[in-house]
Design a protein around this ligand. Structure first.
Ligand code: HEC
Length: 147
């Protein structure tokens, strides 16, 4: 009986401690800040939203086995968009960012090429999963702040 109570108390203490340390990790934002202008921020975030939309359409296109949908979703966010980054903004981006960014654009370009080429949806999904690693990697490293 006493042992059970002891365990319950200990358990409670442990989970409180765990909860507290989890909250701490969630609230501590250790991502590197990239200082940009308000306009640059809105350009970058608009690009990001089109990334999200493209990944969704690629997934839908894959489910429907519709290669045209996939190509049309992936091509505009491929290397063409990468080349459109304004020079002034490019100079503010840290080396890590400019290394990962092109990987994402090339990933989309590769998916568009696969769609018009072999048109294998398994391969498209494989490449999408690979591409999404670049989203996660970059999001874990950086955040934007306006100066
Ligand atoms: C080279 C870096 C990088 C890559 C690659 C990247 N992102 Fe982002 N993304 C960012 C940064 C930085 C932010 C802003 C985060 C912040 O300030 O908290 C962001 C924000 C976003 C947002 C929020 C947009 C808004 O309006 O608030 C979405 C959605 C997003 N990214 C989707 C994606 C998707 C999907 C991919 C992959 C296909 C991707 N991103 C790849 C850096 C990147």
């Amino acid at each position: 009986m006493i042992l059970t109570i002891k365990r319950a108390i200990l358990g409670g203490v442990t989970s409180c401690f765990l909860a507290a340390s989890m909250v701490q990790t969630v609230s501590a934002d250790e991502r590197e800040i990239i200082w940009v202008s308000a306009e640059e921020k809105s350009v970058l975030l608009a690009e990001m939203r089109s990334f999200l939309e493209a990944t969704h359409k690629i997934l839908e296109g894959s489910l429907a086995d519709d290669m045209e949908v996939i190509e049309q979703a992936a091509r505009p966010v491929g290397v063409k968009m990468m080349r459109a980054t304004p020079k002034a903004l490019h100079e503010k981006l840290p080396a890590g960012f400019t290394a990962i960014g092109p990987k994402a654009h090339r990933g989309f370009e590769g998916i568009a090429d696969e769609a018009v080429g072999m048109g294998d949806r398994e391969e498209v999904l494989q490449q999408l999963a690979e591409l999404q690693k670049t989203c996660i990697q970059c999001h874990n490293l950086y955040r934007l702040e306006v100066k």
